[in-house]
Design a protein around this ligand. Structure first.
Ligand code: NAP
Ligand code: MN
Length: 265
């Protein structure tokens, strides 16, 4: 079994970050952490950078469930980043804590054309890549629900609810709720086309199916968190709340409501 104190650092090298990291590495040695060269040998994966870096660290290491993910910011403190490179005292506090106390963040499982599955920690997004409006039939648990016409749709996780979802007027959701939220990007609503026109929060166990109407605008831009997907032609996307959860260190002064307050109020 991988040593519980094997840590992998995920970051883009720069002189500034490398020099700040020296102090963090010194602290790590004091608390018996061992740096490993490959994430597969790690039990702890720390991203250095903003929320975007955290999302990339989770994606590039394949959403590991047997790992604790920790975000260390180099700029301002974000949603997934509970530590700051300039605050060594707090990093030390984190290293002293029992690493078994964890927060669990729900993810989404996305299947495209019944073939490939992907995970998302923030959101799945689908947008038209041309100026023409884009048409999607939305089905929920096998029921035809609505036909969307507009720029696109976003399906967010609870932790992703404070990102793209929030800018679309979606609700901020407590990550203890295992749910996904569907929001619209500029839907066209008139006597011919009608959508719900409000964010829709769906519980775990439901399946959302988006059928892309093939009318010449069927090369959408598909986003998985901060990564664009390479599939160019797609017909059907199935989305559900996954059983896979991302674990992160639980610091008692940095729970979900602290983060919402700190970021927005
Ligand atoms: P980015 O375009 O560089 O920045 C997006 C901003 O959102 C950054 O300030 C980022 O923080 C912040 N952010 C990311 N996840 C967040 C979360 N869960 N809660 C609150 N803020 C969050 O892209 P990025 O940094 O790689 O982040 C990717 C995310 O950007 C996507 O997953 C999507 O949610 C969001 N996005 C938003 C819009 C919009 O609001 N209209 C459009 C496209 C994408 P950091 O600076 O710490 O990275
Ligand atoms: Mn960013």
């Amino acid at each position: 079994m991988t040593n519980q104190k094997n840590a992998y650092l995920f970051y883009k090298h720069s002189d500034d970050i490398d020099s700040k990291l020296e102090e963090v590495k010194k602290l790590g040695r004091k608390y018996d952490f061992k740096l490993v060269d490959h994430p597969s040998e790690a039990s702890i994966i720390a991203s250095i950078g903003g929320d975007g870096a955290f999302l990339q660290a989770v994606r590039k290491t394949h959403f590991r469930e047997d790992c604790l993910y920790i975000g260390v910011n180099d700029d301002s403190v974000g949603f997934y980043t509970d530590f700051h490179l300039d605050n060594l005292e707090r990093i030390e506090l984190g290293m002293q804590s029992e690493l078994i106390e964890v927060l669990r963040y729900p993810t989404l499982e996305v299947t495209i054309d019944g073939m490939k599955s992907f995970h998302c920690l923030n959101e799945f997004s689908i947008r038209s890549n041309i100026i023409k409006t884009f048409v999607i039939d939305v089905h929920i648990d096998g029921l035809y629900f609505e036909t969307f016409r507009g720029d696109g749709l976003v399906v967010s996780t609870p932790t992703g609810s404070t990102a793209y979802n929030k800018s679309l007027g979606g609700a901020v959701v407590d990550p203890k709720l295992k749910a996904m939220q569907l929001t619209e990007i500029a839907s066209v609503n008139n006597s011919q086309y009608r959508t719900l026109g409000a964010p829709l929060l769906l519980s775990k166990g439901r399946e959302l199916v988006l059928k892309i109407v093939q009318d010449g605008n069927d090369h959408p831009i598909i986003g998985l968190d901060n990564e664009a997907m390479s599939i160019r032609h797609s017909h059907e996307v199935r989305i559900k709340v996954s059983d896979k959860e991302i674990k992160t260190l639980r610091m008692k002064d940095n729970l979900f409501l602290h983060k919402v307050k700190r970021s927005f109020l």
